[in-house]
Design a protein around this ligand. Structure first.
Ligand code: PNS
Length: 167
C-alpha cells in the first residue's frame, strides 16, 4: 500500500438531504483528527430532493462556520476521481448500526478497487443518533413531526420556512 502523504485530507461524502445531527457528530469527531475535512455533497439526480445541491452546500457551510479545517464542495461522478482533484486520501463514513455495514463494506471495497490509494475510515456517531437518517428526518418533517434536536438549527429554520411553519 502506498504511504499516505501529508497533509491528511479526508472526504466525508454523502447526499446530506438534509444534514442531520448524526452527520454533524461525525464531522465534529473527525475534524480534529485530519488536517482538512471536505464535506462532499453528491450532485446526483435524486427524485424529489428536499433541498437543491446549492442549498445543501450553503446550509452545511453555514453550520460549519466555526470549523476552520472543514470545507464544503459538491461533486459529480466517481468519489475517487473527485478525491484525486482534491489530493484527498481518506474517505470518512459513519456506521450507525450493523445494518449499515453491508453496503458500507461494499462501497469501501469498490472504492479501494477503483483506486487502491484511498482508505475508508468508519466512525460511529453518538448512540442517540444511531437511528437517525436523512430519509427518516425528511419523512417525519413532511408529515408534521418535530425535528428539534435532530437537525442543526439552520436546517430546522429552512425546513420551517419552506413549509410555512412558525418556530
Ligand atoms: O449519503 P449517502 O447517500 O449514503 O452517500 C452515498 C455516497 C455519496 C457516498 C455514494 O453514493 C458515492 O460515493 N457516490 C459517488 C459515485 C461513486 O463513486 N460510486 C462508486 C463507489 S461506491
Amino acid at each position: 500500500m502506498d504511504q499516505i502523504e501529508r497533509p491528511r485530507i479526508a472526504v466525508f461524502p454523502g447526499s446530506f438531504d438534509p444534514l442531520h445531527n448524526g452527520h454533524l457528530d461525525i464531522i465534529e469527531r473527525c475534524s480534529p483528527i485530519f488536517d482538512e475535512v471536505i464535506i462532499a455533497v453528491l450532485r446526483n439526480t435524486q427524485k424529489n430532493p428536499l433541498f437543491t445541491i446549492d442549498e445543501r452546500v450553503e446550509i452545511i457551510t453555514e453550520v460549519l462556520d466555526h470549523r476552520p479545517n472543514c470545507r464544503v464542495e459538491s461533486f459529480t461522478g466517481l468519489l475517487v476521481d473527485f478525491m484525486e482533484t482534491q489530493n484527498a486520501h481518506i474517505i470518512v463514513r459513519g456506521l450507525r448500526a450493523v445494518s449499515d455495514f453491508e453496503s458500507e463494506f461494499q462501497m469501501a471495497l469498490m472504492n479501494r478497487r477503483l483506486d487502491s490509494r484511498r482508505e475508508t475510515f468508519f466512525m460511529t456517531p453518538k448512540e442517540e443518533y444511531s437511528y437517525l437518517s436523512s430519509r427518516l428526518a425528511k419523512e417525519v418533517f413532511l408529515l408534521g413531526g418535530d425535528l428539534e434536536g435532530l437537525v442543526p438549527p439552520p436546517v430546522l429554520a429552512r425546513l420551517r420556512e419552506r413549509m410555512g411553519r412558525p418556530a
